[in-house]
Design a protein around this ligand. Structure first.
Ligand SMILES: Nc1ncnc2c1ncn2[C@@H]1O[C@H](COP(=O)(O)OP(=O)(O)O)[C@@H](O)[C@H]1O
Ligand SMILES: [Mg+2]
Length: 333
């Protein structure tokens, strides 16, 4: 459904060029949930925003292709992109309060999304909800609110965002995202602002949506544990580049990139009980003017001289497992 090839998005800054997305190639099958994982600042959000072509100034997509159902989004006209956003591809952000409008009732905001994207003009919509636009719209909004697990929808419809808890706000945003039955849902750390129990509920909701509607989901998270639990495949990103991509059981069970191994060791939940939890020493590098070579080299336990100088290609080490590391042999892709 989605095939990203050599996508690069750069930010010119005073400190140097920031390659926020550096030659990223990634694909998503229909109905798949893919986790995009990495520490803060490694380019996850910019990857998602590049797909929708919503990169903030002065950033720019400087190369690559983004095929969605066969056509390259980077070649589409702005009007075509506008039609696609929210309708075929929807996005859910980390902080629901910045996306919901505080002065409008939640129910009205979900209804507005139906109107903007023309969902109600469709024949199938009219057949199901009737010809009276106002009644049909409200009916559909209440249905969406129920589907995302908002209780007492008749009252909640009339409430304002601040009357909703963080978890309920995120559910409302997911209802907006779902209002047009998107085929692809881009979820950017949708649960980071929520506490752990609510986080699990929202992730189960995304899973349920995936199961019931076959919606493809890219779940961006800094938490490899979350990705391990909810995603079929995992892509690990570091300093703008993908370093390891594979099925979840392989990436978690037989990780090959030292960064993935480091991330796993730093998670209490899934690292083995015998092994001590161990942080990765050092920090994510400043992406401005990053030199060639492996960006993880300064933090790597198995670093060699060549790691600092060579541009390291992504290598295929089995059918569906790719790793970008000189210590891991395979054939270049
Ligand atoms: N407006 C901007 N100006 C300059 N650099 C930016 C801007 N926005 C993002 N970046 C750069 O892009 C990198 C990736 O950002 P982002 O995709 O938001 O990371 P993540 O979502 O993984 O935390 C950041 O490290 C930062 O250096
Ligand atoms: Mg982000």
């Amino acid at each position: 459904m989605l095939v990203i090839k050599n996508l690069s998005t750069h930010f010119p800054t005073e400190r140097g060029l920031v390659k926020a997305v550096n030659n990223v190639s990634l694909s998503l099958a229909t109905g798949e949930i893919l986790g995009l994982v990495g520490e803060s600042g490694c380019g996850k959000s910019m990857t998602l925003l590049s797909i929708l072509r919503l990169i903030p100034f002065p950033g720019k997509i400087v190369g690559g292709e983004v095929f969605f159902r066969g056509s390259n989004l980077l070649e589409k006209k702005p009007a075509e992109m506008r039609a696609l956003r929210g309708q075929d591809i929807a996005m859910v952000f980390q902080d629901p309060m910045t996306t919901l409008n505080p002065v409008f009732k939640v129910g009205e905001q979900i209804g507005e999304s139906l109107r903007i994207h023309g969902a109600m003009g469709k024949e199938s919509f009219r057949r199901r909800y009737g010809d009276n636009k106002k009644i049909a719209e409200k009916e559909r909004v209440l249905e969406l609110m129920k589907e995302v697990g908002i209780p007492s929808v008749d009252e909640r419809y009339h409430e304002y965002p601040h009357q909703f808890s963080g978890g309920m706000q995120q559910r409302a945003l997911i209802a907006i995202a779902l209002s047009c039955n998107p085929q692809l849902l881009l979820a950017d750390e949708p649960t980071t602002a929520l506490d752990v129990t609510i986080q699990a509920q929202i992730l189960s909701l995304l899973e349920q949506i995936n199961r019931e509607h076959g919606t493809g989901i890219i779940l961006v998270t800094h938490d490899l544990g979350v990705a391990a639990e909810f995603c079929q495949r995992i892509a690990v990103m570091y300093a703008g580049s993908l370093v390891e991509v594979g099925p979840t059981d392989v990436v978690i069970g037989e990780p090959r990139h030292p960064y993935t191994i480091g991330l796993l060791r730093s998670i209490p939940k899934i690292s083995s009980k015998k092994e001590k939890i161990k942080p990765i020493y050092g920090n994510v590098p400043d992406l401005a003017g990053l030199a060639g070579g492996c960006p993880f080299a300064p933090r790597c336990e198995v670093v060699k001289d060549a790691c600092y100088s060579e541009d390291i290609p992504m290598r295929q080490i089995s059918d569906d497992h790719q790793v970008r590391c000189l210590n891991v042999p395979g054939h270049s892709v």
